[in-house]
Design a protein around this ligand. Structure first.
Ligand SMILES: Nc1ncnc2c1ncn2[C@@H]1O[C@H](COP(=O)(O)OP(=O)(O)O)[C@@H](O)[C@H]1O
Ligand SMILES: [Mg+2]
Length: 381
């Protein structure tokens, strides 16, 4: 009975690269403008071509698919065809266009392996179709740019629309060089999300697909890491969720260790050993910094599901520790030590609030080295 329940909650949205959520968040303006342009062209019977671009992972695919599947059907009566060109040669792409338009028209497909024959079949079917079409070609790059250009020219002829989707790098290369033929009337730039927008996007996905949800702290921690190290890309957050999903499914508690493991690929600070070297050099002559780090790490070790410590708690804990050890301190000493740790990228301030502090090295590792440095410094006194 358990397994039935689980399979019903199969996380389609998490593992399907073409998943379209019920809501596309924070893209109202962009959706409105592309809808306006395509609807006008449809109703006034002229072809229009458009480029959608942004950094890879920002949500270009989901934007174009949401537009095709959710917006167009409610706005105007066009056929919609989506083809992902990634890694495909020209023959495959034209073959898919041809298949798709035949399917829309309920016409049997005649098999052809010759590019010119395929293109002619496609062209005929697209021109004679009962409705005009909005085409999307996703992942345009220099190898398949020709197909986009050809389709864009055809669109003008047959009063259809073509939307090309490409990442910023290919966009710059293909549109700014004088040699390219890339033709478009209109473009939509998809900007990166703010920290809180990214948080909302992944929270929505968690609600869609996670068996028992994840705590707010875990989601924030993940968002903080993706914002700090991977340009706020939703794709990276979703990749991390994919790693966490099977753990959650097995009933394992998702703690900060799990999030660190799931995002380890994007965190480029290197190996634990490098960290320890940094910790060594900063703390060698600085008893207070070693102590602050020790206290901070100790707190995060004790409370595994707490991914942050706030400055107030840290201050109080340092104060207690200093009293225990009979060490004199001032408030500004603590603040100075913390600034050093932040500057050396050992401690990070959350993008949600500079009051919240987090680390990336497992707290146990930090704790051990901070403690041993402090002891050494004590002995050396
Ligand atoms: N505005 C958004 N609302 C909901 N989900 C989003 C949004 N933007 C991106 N996503 C999700 O982020 C992930 C990456 O998006 P995708 O469209 O595949 O990126 P790209 O094509 O730019 O590499 C997908 O799982 C997508 O559903
Ligand atoms: Mg994509």
């Amino acid at each position: 009975m358990m397994s039935m329940q689980l399979s019903q909650r199969s996380p389609r949205g998490l593992f399907d690269p073409y998943y379209v959520p019920d809501l596309l968040l924070y893209r109202d303006r962009e959706l409105e403008s592309i809808t306006g342009v395509c609807k006008d062209s449809y109703e006034s019977e002229y072809g229009v071509n458009c480029l959608v671009h942004g950094i890879g992972g920002v949500g270009m695919t989901v934007f174009s698919r949401y537009f095709l599947t959710r917006i167009i059907p409610g706005s105007f009566d066009a056929h919609t065809v989506y083809v992902d060109a990634k890694g495909k040669d020209v023959l495959e792409i034209v073959g898919e266009l041809n298949d798709a338009i035949h399917r829309k028209e309920n016409k049997p497909i005649t098999v052809a392996f010759d590019l010119d024959v395929l293109w002619m079949q496609f062209k005929r079917m697209a021109s004679d179709a009962a409705k005009r079409t909005v085409f999307v070609i996703d992942n345009i790059d220099e190898r398949n740019e020709d197909v986009y250009s050809k389709l864009a020219r055809l669109s003008k002829e047959i009063k259809a629309s073509t939307i090309g989707v490409l990442n910023s790098h290919d966009y710059r290369m293909l549109t700014k060089l004088p040699a390219t033929q890339m033709a478009y009337d209109f473009e939509v730039h998809l900007d990166t999300y703010s920290q809180s927008q990214l948080y909302d996007i992944i929270r929505m996905r968690v609600e869609d697909t996670f068996p028992l949800g994840l705590t707010e702290d875990i989601l924030r921690y993940m968002t903080d890491i993706v914002c700090e190290f991977d340009a706020s890309k939703p794709k990276t957050s979703i990749e991390a969720l994919k790693v966490l999903w099977p753990l959650a499914q097995r009933g394992q508690e998702i703690d900060s260790d799990a999030v660190r493991a799931a995002t380890a690929k994007i965190v480029t600070l290197g190996q634990d050993q490098d960290y320890m070297d940094t910790v060594d050099t900063i703390s060698m002559n600085d008893y207070m910094t070693a102590l602050v780090l020790e206290v901070l790490a100790e707190h995060l070790m004790r409370y595994r599901t707490e991914t942050y410590i706030d400055r107030q708690t840290l201050n109080e804990n340092v104060q207690i520790k200093c009293e225990e050890l009979g060490v004199k301190y001032t408030h500004s000493d603590i603040e100075k030590s913390l600034q050093t740790l932040i500057f050396e990228s050992i401690v990070f301030e959350s993008g949600y609030s500079h009051n919240l502090l987090y680390v990336l090295v497992p707290p146990d590792v930090l704790y051990d080295s901070a403690l041993s440095i402090r002891r050494e410094l004590t002995r050396g006194k």
